[in-house]
Each structure stands twice: as structure tokens, then as C-alpha cells.
Design a protein around this ligand. Structure first.
Ligand SMILES: C[S@@+](CC[C@H](N)C(=O)[O-])C[C@H]1O[C@@H](n2cnc3c(N)ncnc32)[C@H](O)[C@@H]1O
Length: 264
């Protein structure tokens, strides 16, 4: 058993004391168990839901919500959550269910997860690229998952890192392509598409002839125009897909494109 880790300022600001205590208690138990990565996933899912945020701002909460508020999602007054136990229980059961479903369909095919900058990752030859790259200036991914960094980094080494190949909890924020904090200015858009070109160029080198790339893009600035040809692909088709609101409150539905490219 570990000694209770002391909470960072982020954890003090964004959690009710009761919720924080439950999350830290769960965290402390992780090193005692075999399936530590699975427990970290359950913990992080619960930590996301247990933040002091409104129900309609789970994606991009601006400031801790400590008082009851009018909830645009539920159309009534909602109090901010004080409890993390209900989420730990809910996600533990849900994760078990999902692991069961996956176990029924999984094969012996080998899977390797590389945690790397996609512009530099060293890849073996393969047949298909399926990717959902970041949009320009929309999301700060490290910031959006700050709760996970803050909690997991309290575990002592070697328990803090994730058990996948080459993975760690380093803050790679400056390597994020299209981060919201870098904006959508003309210069930011140029840097964005250079980053995407670097990433797709790196992976395309290992794509076998005849292989396809499926790229989910929200390209309202036309930044992907000409990219297929520059990278040695032939554009086959573009499918349109509606994105409905999910956890957060968004301005409304929007479209994204699925670009299908083929390597001659
Ligand atoms: C739209 S999300 C898609 C995530 C994932 N494919 C999915 O569907 O859940 C874009 C992802 O690209 C990641 N990303 C941004 N810059 C990157 C880079 N240089 N190398 C690798 N991944 C990067 C972000 O952290 C984010 O997780």
C-alpha cells in the first residue's frame, strides 16, 4: 500500500473533497493489482466525469463549477457532482462489459501500439492507413485530458507509465499538430498542414502499393487540397458524414469529410 499522495493544485481546484478522496483511494490501490492499465482507464474515465464542471461543458470546461447551475443539457438546475464512487462503479462495470465483448471477437492477430509523434514514428510496412487527425486550432488534447496526467503522475515509478511499448506520461503538448492554443491564423493553418503533411508523408512511405488511406478531415479552409498528389496518392472519393452532438454542447451538427486515397 502506498502512502496517500498529496493532490496537486489542479486536483484541489477541480474536485470536491469527497470525490478527490475516492479517486486518490482508487489510485493508491492500483499497484496491488495485475491489470493496472485497465484500472487506470477506469480511474481516468471516472475522473473525467467527476470534475467540478457543468454537464454541458465536459469537453472544454472553463472554470470549476462549485454552485448549482442551470443545465442546458438536462433543462433544469443541476448541482455539481460531489461523488466519484458512482462513476468508479459505473465505469468498472462498463469496462468489464466491453472487455467481455472484445474477448468474444478478438483474434490472435498481433497488435502493436506505438506512442510516438506520427511525423517520426518508425513503422513496419502495412496495407492501410485509417486516421482521424486533429483539426486546425480546435482542441488542446493534453489540456482536455489534464485530469489523467495529474492523477497518474502521482503514482510512483514504475507504476506511473502505461504498459504499452514506448509510452510514458511526458507532456508532449508542443508537438500537438493543430492545437487550439496555436490558433487558426493563416500562419497557424500553414504550420498545421505542414504538420499533417509530415505525418502522412512519414506513414505513407511504409504503405504498400495499392494500399489505401482513409482520413477523417474537417477541412473548411481547403487545406488538404493537392495534398494527395503531393504525397503520391490518387484521390478515390470523398464521403460526407454528419457529426451529431456528443458529450458537450456544441453550436450544432457539422459535417466532416472522409478522404479516401489510393497509392498507385
Ligand atoms: C481527432 S483526434 C483522434 C484520436 C483517435 N484517432 C480517436 O479517434 O479517438 C486527433 C489525435 O491526434 C493526436 N496528435 C496531435 N498531434 C500529434 C502528433 N504530432 N503525433 C501523433 N498524434 C498527434 C492528438 O493528441 C489526438 O489524440
Amino acid at each position: 500500500m502506498l502512502t496517500t499522495p498529496s493532490a496537486s493544485q489542479y486536483l484541489l481546484d477541480w474536485y470536491h473533497p469527497q470525490a478527490r478522496a475516492a479517486l486518490l483511494a482508487f489510485l493508491q490501490l492500483i499497484p496491488n493489482y495485475h491489470y493496472q492499465d485497465l484500472l487506470k482507464v477506469i480511474l481516468c474515465r471516472a475522473a473525467r466525469s467527476a470534475r467540478l464542471t457543468t454537464h454541458f461543458e465536459l469537453d472544454f470546461p472553463r472554470a470549476p463549477q462549485r454552485e448549482p447551475y442551470y443545465c442546458h443539457k438536462h433543462k433544469r438546475i443541476c448541482p455539481p457532482t460531489t461523488d466519484a464512487m458512482k462513476f468508479l462503479r459505473r465505469y468498472a462495470l462498463d469496462t468489464l462489459r466491453r472487455v467481455g465483448q472484445f474477448a468474444a471477437t478478438r483474434t490472435d492477430a498481433p497488435v502493436t501500439i506505438l506512442c510516438a509523434d506520427s511525423r517520426q514514428a518508425a513503422l513496419p510496412p502495412f496495407d492501410m492507413i485509417l486516421t482521424s487527425p486533429p483539426y486546425v486550432g480546435l482542441i488542446d488534447y493534453h489540456e482536455q485530458h489534464r485530469y489523467a496526467y495529474e492523477l497518474l503522475s502521482l503514482l510512483p515509478e514504475p507504476f506511473a507509465s502505461i504498459g504499452w511499448h514506448d509510452s510514458n506520461l511526458n507532456d508532449n503538448e508542443d508537438r500537438e499538430i493543430g492545437a487550439a492554443c496555436k490558433g487558426k491564423s493563416v500562419a497557424a493553418r500553414r504550420r498545421y498542414i505542414e504538420g499533417i503533411e509530415g505525418a502522412l508523408g512519414n506513414v505513407a512511405r511504409q504503405l504498400r502499393p495499392g494500399g489505401r488511406a482513409c482520413i477523417v478531415a474537417g477541412d473548411k479552409y481547403g487545406l488538404y487540397e493537392g495534398l494527395a498528389e503531393r504525397l503520391g496518392f490518387r484521390e478515390e472519393t470523398v464521403l460526407q458524414r454528419t457529426v451529431n452532438r456528443r458529450t458537450g454542447r456544441r453550436a450544432g451538427d457539422f459535417y466532416e469529410s472522409i478522404l479516401i486515397w489510393r497509392r498507385p
